[in-house]
Design a protein around this ligand. Structure first.
Ligand code: OAD
Length: 235
């Protein structure tokens, strides 16, 4: 089984999604400025402050029933998790094979020499507008290992994700708006290969019309019983 997850799977843990109109992170900041390579070049202090806050928030919340259900499926199947999320909630729930196509907010590196940063990052329980990022010994700035608009996806995670989708007997797509490419192309790859695709999302998305089954349910409600429902859903 391959699970493809987006921000919606972490919503019930208390992490705001990107595009949900009223609660989305993007209602308050311009995502293309704060989550872009250009934004980092022009205002690294603002981008760093923003990610410190998200880092703190994601560290403070716990996996929910959906993450736990996905991890529990490993008792019955070879489960691969492809996630667009930069949190570590799948791993904390116990999933073993997790591929982060948009990187991780729990790793940092120098934006000049690429060296991993192993120092502490400050806790930020409330967002502030500007914090200077730490400097590397080479003089570069320390940044999170996340993929920003204008950047390539990590090669290894991408290849593992493509393999996981190509080799899956079923792909479960959970909590993603399916609009950000190339990640959104992964479920399309499964559809094109004739692999059953089950979408779980309270709202319809561009994937809905081509998915084998689209469940208008929240992840925390749908995933715990999904394995038992599979025969009825996909035969
Ligand atoms: P979005 O915020 O775009 O979409 C979240 C989706 O989750 C929406 O379709 C919601 O309907 C759905 N949703 C909300 N609550 C849910 C719940 N309880 N159960 C199931 N679904 C729920 O987030 P993503 O699709 O993950 O990339 O966004 C994709 C990428 O856009 C992100 O990884 C990020 C952003 O650009 C980068 O930062 C590179």
């Amino acid at each position: 089984m391959t699970v493809f997850s987006g921000a919606g799977i972490s919503a019930e843990s208390g992490v705001p999604t990107f595009r949900d109109v009223e609660t989305g992170l993007w209602a308050e900041v311009d995502p293309y400025e704060i989550s872009s390579a250009d934004g980092w070049r022009s205002h690294p202090d603002r981008v760093w402050a923003w990610y410190l806050w998200r880092h703190h928030m994601m560290g403070a919340v716990a996996p929910n029933n959906a993450h736990r259900a996905v991890a529990a499926w490993e008792d019955y199947a070879d489960v691969h998790v492809v996630t667009q999320n930069v949190d570590n909630l799948h791993e904390r729930a116990g999933s073993k094979q997790v591929y982060h196509v948009h990187g991780s907010l729990f790793e940092f590196h120098c934006d000049r020499c690429g060296a991993a940063y192993l120092g502490e990052v400050p806790a930020m329980p409330e967002p502030v507008e500007s914090v200077d990022p730490p400097r590397c010994v080479c003089g570069g700035l320390i940044r999170p290992n996340v993929v920003w608009f204008g950047e390539a996806l990590p090669d290894r995670a991408w290849q593992q994700s493509v393999d996981a989708v190509i080799n899956a007997d079923v792909v479960v797509v959970v909590g993603t708006s399916s609009v950000v490419y190339p990640a959104a192309g992964l479920p399309e790859l499964a559809v094109a290969s004739g692999t059953p695709v089950i979408e779980v999302n309270p709202e319809p998305t561009p994937l809905t019309s081509t998915a084998t089954v689209s469940l208008r349910e929240k992840a925390g409600a749908a995933l715990p019983g999904l394995l038992q429902r599979l025969p009825a859903l996909i035969g």
